[in-house]
Design a protein around this ligand. Structure first.
Ligand code: DUC
Ligand code: ZN
Ligand code: ZN
Length: 457
């Protein structure tokens, strides 16, 4: 046995895993968890008494510097990953979205070049499939070989939206290769119709955004996708679920033993569509797709997280400068969709989930860390276990944090949680044995983050 002191010991914390809670020390050597026990000696020891010690959180749905026409989402790889680290997230999965006609592997190289030297935490990438020609589908196995085993398919958005036959062809190839589909499930023809009708009636304000994208059609799209996935034999995860109608579909599919999974995000759990009614175009802040919904939907989502119908909480982090949101004055459909959230997920779900008695601490860890890492193939992430990456968060359950733009670290000039103060915030965030953030100060290295070659198991 190696009697040398550990490089780092996190002592006396209450370790919370997806399965249990116990008090112990964690010994870190290099980038890995080397020992879990009592009375461990380290070159550096952090006393975590009174804190929860959990795996670094895994956010499998973010959009950093995402292009949209001539604008780009406001967090870049540097600012977004730094904000993530402040909030206790140590791994993210973003997207490669090839331009029309661009070879996917070339798009991947360009995306990797953007992140290189800029990311503060580890990152993986999904591939967006908006072209399902034989030529593109023939390249999926190559993408899996380079560490991209998950593919996003859209049932909304001009230029991205796939028809049912295209969805089926993509799902069939995904099934053949043992990959996973991530689906944006909405009904685009209905959205297009409703947007046109609303605008023609002079209904141009943000309050009309949720009316143009009804929950019932998010449920319908999910049901249709599940049928297509069942025929194709594909594993599929429905992204950013906003409503009870989708929960019902997923619950029924899973009851039949189908490999259908679901992801939701804090904005759907904490906010409701009432915010779109705010005066002076303020509702534009909250425009995201699918939109925020009603209180009953929120309750259904919390219940589905607690009973295992949904497996993943991620953020769909996609912030826009206010001046870019302002482009939609006079036409809500031109407001760039997306909200900031990369920093606030762990804490919001602790405050409104665990503290409010909706989730156990173990469920919280499972939904924010362990299950996303398993489902999306991040080896060594999302668990406190000997041999796993030393990605660890020391979470102070009593630390009070107002979620104002001033206090948060995303590169964006507003917060969607301006009125919310949470109790429970990370005291320290550690990635592969390096302390990135301690007591609200970033002390990590820009460029520390590495590309994760993911592999589904
Ligand atoms: N919806 C998405 O599907 N992606 C980015 C942001 C959003 O609101
Ligand atoms: Zn989406
Ligand atoms: Zn998204």
């Amino acid at each position: 046995m190696n009697m040398e002191p550990f490089d780092l010991v996190i002592a006396n914390g209450q370790i919370v895993t997806a399965a249990d809670t116990y008090t112990a020390d964690i010994g870190v050597r290099g980038e890995k968890i080397a020992c879990i026990g009592r009375g461990l000696r380290g070159r550096r020891t952090i006393d975590a008494s009174g804190c929860l010690v959990i795996p670094g959180a895994v956010d499998v749905h973010v959009h950093l510097q995402m292009p949209l026409g001539d604008i780009t989402s406001s967090d870049d790889w540097r600012s977004g990953t730094m904000a993530a680290a402040h909030g206790g997230t140590t791994s993210i999965v973003d997207f490669v979205d090839p331009l029309p006609g661009q070879p996917p592997l070339q798009a991947l190289e360009e995306r990797l070049a953007e992140a290189e030297g800029q990311a503060c935490i580890d990152y993986g990438l999904h591939m967006v499939l908006s072209d399902v020609s034989g030529k593109t589908l023939a390249q999926l196995s190559r993408m899996i070989d380079v560490g991209i085993p998950t593919f996003k398919l859209f049932m909304a958005y001009e230029g991205k939206c796939l028809t049912d036959d295209q969805l089926y062809l993509a799902l069939r190839e995904i099934a053949r290769l043992g990959a996973l589909a991530l689906i944006h499930a909405e009904n685009y023809p209905i959205i297009r119709l409703f947007v046109r009708e609303l605008l023609a009636e002079g209904k141009t304000e943000p309050r009309w955004h949720p009316r143009s994208r009804p929950a019932i059609m998010e449920g319908e799209a999910t049901g249709r996708l599940i049928a297509l996935a069942e025929m194709a034999g594909a594993h599929a995860c429905i992204a950013h679920i906003s409503c009870a109608a989708v929960v019902c579909q997923i619950r029924a599919a899973r009851a039949r033993g189908l490999p259908i999974y679901g992801e939701t995000c804090p904005q759907y759990l904490v906010l409701t569509q009432d915010v779109y009614e705010r005066p002076d175009f303020e509702g534009a802040r909250y425009v995201c797709s699918p939109p925020l919904r009603a209180e009953e939907d929120q309750a259904a989502l919390w219940k589905a997280l607690a009973d295992g119908t949904l497996q993943v909480i991620s953020t769909d982090h996609c912030p826009w400068w206010w001046q870019d949101k302002e482009r939609g004055r006079g036409d809500f459909s031109r407001i760039p969709g997306g909200v900031p959230g990369i920093e606030t997920r762990l804490s919001l779900t602790y405050h409104f989930g665990v503290r409010a008695g909706r989730l156990t601490p173990q469920q919280w860890v499972n939904l924010c860390c362990t299950r996303p890492a398993e489902l999306f193939g991040l080896p060594g992430k999302g668990k406190i276990q000997v041999g796993a990456d030393a990605d660890i968060v020391i979470f102070d359950p009593e630390r009070v944090m107002p979620l104002t733009a001033e206090r948060l670290h995303s590169q964006v000039d507003y917060s969607i949680y301006e009125d919310i103060t949470v109790r429970g915030w990370p005291r320290a965030t550690i990635s592969r044995g390096r302390v990135l953030v301690e007591d609200g100060r970033f002390i990590g290295l820009v460029g520390h983050g590495r590309f994760i070659r993911r592999r589904l198991v």
